[in-house]
Design a protein around this ligand. Sequence first.
Ligand code: ZN
Length: 429
Amino acid sequence: MKLTKAPALVAALSLSVSVALTSTTAAQAANAGSPSARATASAVTAPAAASPLPAATSDAAQQLLARLTAKLPADWKDRQAATFARLGIERSPVRDVVDARVAEAINPGDYVCGPTKLDAYVDSILSDVDMNTLLVLALLGVLDFPTYEAIYYGSPKDPGFALTPASASVLSSSFGYAQRFWDVKLDDVQLMAMHGAMLTDVDRVARIVALLYGTSPSDSVDTAREIVKLVRTGAGLDRGRNPIFTLNAFAFSAQGETDPVVSRLPDKLVFGDGILDALRALGLKQVGPKAVMGHEMAHHVQYEDNLFQSELTGPEATRRTELMADSFGAYFATHKKGLGLNANQLLLVQDTFYDVGDCQFASNGHHGTPNQRRAAASWGVATAATGDQVKVLPSLRLAARFDRILPKLVAPDVPTTPNAWRQVAKDAA
Ligand SMILES: [Zn+2]
């Protein structure tokens, strides 16, 4: 849900799909998704097999892939990986389940996912989708094309990135509250949507193909035509409106970025239609978008305050910043000067949306377990409830308190109700 410049997690998170698809076993994929970027990157830069699809994949998938990659350079996978590594995409929990399903399609039975609400939702959006098509789309990075487009070319003034009428008011208003709530400069963050419909526009798709693969204008257009044809006609893809294409909400900042193009991009907060669909389907239409907004804006606070820096590295570093975003988001969402949400409603979002447990292989060990995430949110709720109801804590002071409390949040058998954290929150004040 955010883009981060911390290189370790960038590659680990964002390369998981391509790694999963090229690994011979799903267990390897799970390993590749979790350790340091170094390990993951080396898996990707290893010499490519004759076909990036596993041998067991059907002829139909092989042929489809051959058709879609006909105009791409031979090292297209490396080029794609390089762009992934440069940007990195924090995936939504729902997207993680989709990625797990893609891996499962290659090695049935390797993932035994608990039947969470997210699993059921992902099953429902994939039920009509042909698995060969999904594999090839995932391999080509098409599931992330709307995300790339929003990062590189998205603008709140462009109708192609306009918030949907159904979500505009709740997103704009909670965004504005967050901008005013925190004591850092957030007024230059651009809020926008991303829509899967871009995948039916040859010019827009060609621009992303060229960006990812360095293809010539004519080869980019030819490849884009094949992709658009597939998205327009593929069963269950709903002409790009299937939520699988936009299952992300993320905070992007070019802070610390050295790439000359990327470093000039403005701060963004992007909400995909798919994530809003998912929240609605999970019964979280009212509070879900606000809770996700709280979490994503917390990442922008972290950028402004330089909170991504710590002594931790790898998965532990990511877990810290993710749990902190959960705590900050909950503090903002329930504080009287923030959204003033009911704590139970907020925690329901936390429980439903982030309860993917061990199925979340792509982020396993990164975001924290569901219990740790709930504890982090509950601590944020308790800090808002027991603190000053009129004044908002300076973000750096809240962060210092969080860092002191972090070992308790990640301890075994951690309590997960706001009440259980009241005394701790009071003592920290
Ligand atoms: Zn996050």
